[in-house]
Design a protein around this ligand. Structure first.
Ligand SMILES: Cc1cc2nc3c(=O)[nH]c(=O)nc-3n(C[C@H](O)[C@H](O)[C@H](O)COP(=O)(O)OP(=O)(O)OC[C@H]3O[C@@H](n4cnc5c(N)ncnc54)[C@H](O)[C@@H]3O)c2cc1C
Length: 404
């Protein structure tokens, strides 16, 4: 077998991008993918629309134990570079909310199909259903064992992603290959993931979605907060605000911290405004049950837990006084939910941690420990916020590795 080619393990965002960039320079590329088709995570992304990038690339939206590495990689590799790459494939991008970018077709499949077309056009050989199981390096040659036989090469790119979403190809295999060759790992935890609670009341509220605010407390100490959808489910809680908090929760749960959320179900109304809304609603000649009275302002499935947590003593509307109203307002704006777990890698969009980036050259993505071994994408100890930042990382590290 001709050893001159670059072998890339993983036909996800990073591997496909690297393969195209490398082959455009006239180099031979063999792309090995364990799934039966390429780009499965791209296809599933953004609810099938693919939030391909974010127009506003900001270092604070990426996380790693080595932020200087992120800074070095992103220098000169902002959104414009990614846009240019996709324009060269014939894919136009459009902007959505929060500066999120999408393919103009709003179809993730068009991203994958145009990447595949271009890869094949420039001569990339793609082999699906090919799971690499072992890698050895002897002298300057990498020898790969796979479900489709052995391969060898002088240049190897590990773009095999993280363990997030194993149903779409998420795997730890790249880490095993890299650690065998001397690399170290930063611990991985699920991120952009739903949260689980053992409290039974959430199950009774399953399906209720509110535009709220979730504050995270760890061991009783305020940590951070995120605004957005809160979706109660039969296992706990999901929604955009929760996904945005999940990185912090996941890391803290792994540290055995006690995590509790305080949910503000009406963040647009201050305590004072909510009190002023509720007070005039007290009708002194009505014996209306309190739960029915509250239905006038809040989803009925949430009323039971609000009454329980508020410890409101009265049961009918006209017994409400200022103090009882204050208790209700406090509960609506500080509903407590303890969190005992996340939905794990199966529910996660990404994983924190990965290959220790102090061992990788930020310009070329080449290993500082193993010559001609490269990394790209989520396999590295970098993860991004929701909003296209994870794909941005995959595209630009793919480009850097492909330019080597
Ligand atoms: C449901 C979902 C929705 C998402 N939506 C968005 C979004 O809208 N915007 C955004 O920015 N990010 C999104 N993400 C995150 C984004 O998909 C990932 O960060 C990105 O795909 C990482 O790219 P990658 O190339 O590093 O890894 P991957 O895309 O995971 O590709 C790695 C590939 O390597 C293959 N592989 C692994 N091991 C082997 C092996 N041993 N042999 C052969 N092949 C192997 C895998 O099958 C996989 O195809 C989403 C993720 C999920 C799960």
């Amino acid at each position: 077998m001709n050893n001159e080619k670059m072998i890339i393990i993983g036909a996800g965002a990073a591997g496909l991008c690297a393969a195209i960039v490398q082959a455009r320079q006239g180099k031979k590329v063999l792309l090995l993918e364990q799934n039966n088709k390429i780009g499965k995570k791209i296809l599933a992304s953004g609810n099938g629309k693919c939030n391909i990038d974010n127009k506003h690339i900001d270092l604070r939206r990426f996380h790693s134990q080595n932020p200087l590495f992120i800074e070095a990689v992103l220098k000169g590799h902002g959104f414009d570079v990614v846009e240019k790459f996709f324009t060269s494939l014939g894919l136009e991008l459009v902007e959505g909310k929060e500066e999120k970018m999408f393919p103009m077709s709003l179809q993730a499949s068009s991203v994958v199909e145009l990447l595949e077309y271009e890869a094949k056009r420039v001569g990339v050989e793609i082999l699906c259903d090919c799971a690499v199981t072992q890698i050895d390096k002897t002298g300057s040659t990498f020898t790969l064992e796979s479900s489709q036989g052995n391969f060898s090469c002088e240049t190897l790119l590990l773009a095999s992603g993280s363990p997030a979403a194993p149903q779409l190809g998420g795997s730890n295999s790249g880490y095993a290959f890299a650690t065998k060759m001397g690399h170290t790992l930063i611990p991985r935890h699920p991120s952009l993931v739903q949260l689980c609670s053992e409290e039974t009341w959430v199950k009774n509220c399953a399906g209720v979605k509110v535009a709220g605010l979730a504050k995270l407390y760890a061991n009783g100490e305020y940590i951070t907060e995120k605004k957005g959808d809160l979706l109660f489910t039969n296992y706990g809680i999901s929604g955009l605000a929760i996904l945005d908090l999940s990185r912090e929760v996941s890391t803290r749960l792994a540290n055995f911290d006690y995590c509790e959320l305080s949910l503000d179900l009406m963040p647009e109304l201050s305590k004072e405004k909510l009190t002023n809304l509720l007070l005039p609603r007290v009708n002194k000649v009505s014996e209306k049950p309190l739960n029915l009275w509250l239905q006038g302002v809040i989803n009925k499935k949430l009323i039971h837990i609000i009454l329980e947590q508020s410890k409101c003593k009265v049961r009918v509307e006209d017994h409400l006084n200022r103090k009882e109203i204050n208790k209700l307002v406090h509960a609506i704006k500080n509903l407590k939910l303890s969190i005992n777990d996340t939905k794990g890698f199966t529910g996660a969009e990404v994983a924190t941690g990965g290959i220790n980036t102090t061992e990788v050259n930020a310009k070329t993505m080449e290993s500082k420990l193993v010559k001609n071994l490269f990394f790209a994408g989520e396999i590295l100890d970098v993860d991004g916020d929701r909003g296209g930042f994870n794909f941005h990382w995959a595209w630009v590290t793919g480009m850097r590795a492909g330019m080597r």
